[in-house]
Write a protein that binds this ligand. Sequence first.
Ligand SMILES: Nc1ncnc2c1ncn2[C@@H]1O[C@H](COP(=O)(O)OP(=O)(O)OP(=O)(O)O)[C@@H](O)[C@H]1O
Length: 261
Amino acid sequence: MELRIAAVGTRLGGRWVLNGVDATPPPGALTGLLGPNGAGKSTLLRTIAGLLRPEAGAVLVGERAVHEIPRRERARHIALLEQENATVTDLTAAEVVALGRIPHRRWGGSPAGADPVGDALAAVGASALANRMWSTLSGGEKQRVTIARALAQEPRLLLLDEPTNHLDISAQLTLLSFVRRLVQEEGRTAVAALHDLNLAATYCDHVLVLHQGRLAAAGTPAEVLTPGLLRRVYGVEAEVLTHRGRIHIAFEGAHLPEAVS
Ligand SMILES: Nc1ncnc2c1ncn2[C@@H]1O[C@H](COP(=O)(O)OP(=O)(O)OP(=O)(O)O)[C@@H](O)[C@H]1O
């Protein structure tokens, strides 16, 4: 599904939080959305998902502006995993994942023999949690289950806001390699906001860097994550090494932040 972010400007609290953002996350690839705290990553993901209407420009999904697509249809095509998940207390993990199937119900559900809920739980290594009550899960277990819910939705466009939050290192690597394989094999589009630049360099085919609401750079991790960009956008000194054909960033230190007045 073709996604085009066309000169998007979004204003929140009287301030332009996104300003003239132009980008085309390629289908069949995992795109990393990078940038310091407050750069506008969550706002861009919410704008792409159609939850926020841009005041300038548009987000186009196929031929249509996303906010013009009826809500139910949007829910069949687009899944957004937000940073803070509403807690649903008295459901089991499998029931939480099954919520992701709701937009498909009227369309005859899943083909015979298919088990999208079981498959999604397995993909995040959470099959054993299926019958556990949501309220009894740890932070990382909840994160896995909410990711499974987004996967069970089988969206063409998967938007993930810091999906590796709370996950142990093995779960982080498993999740990102799973999402990458899924989008590559099925030609879907995924955009994930990430803070760990080495994870982004390892698993993302394409990265977008936001800085103060503007797009600072776009391209492959090797093209984008240069010492100069890291200094300019993040205020850090780093050496960028190449290891097995992929870049690896060795951080040397951060410049002192400017005093907050
Ligand atoms: N509802 C709102 N009203 C006013 N300002 C807002 C609102 N929501 C977000 N902002 C501001 O917009 C800017 C971008 O926020 P956003 O959450 O998109 O950043 P982010 O890149 O996702 O940050 P982080 O890495 O810290 O999660 C921040 O300065 C934030 O304070």
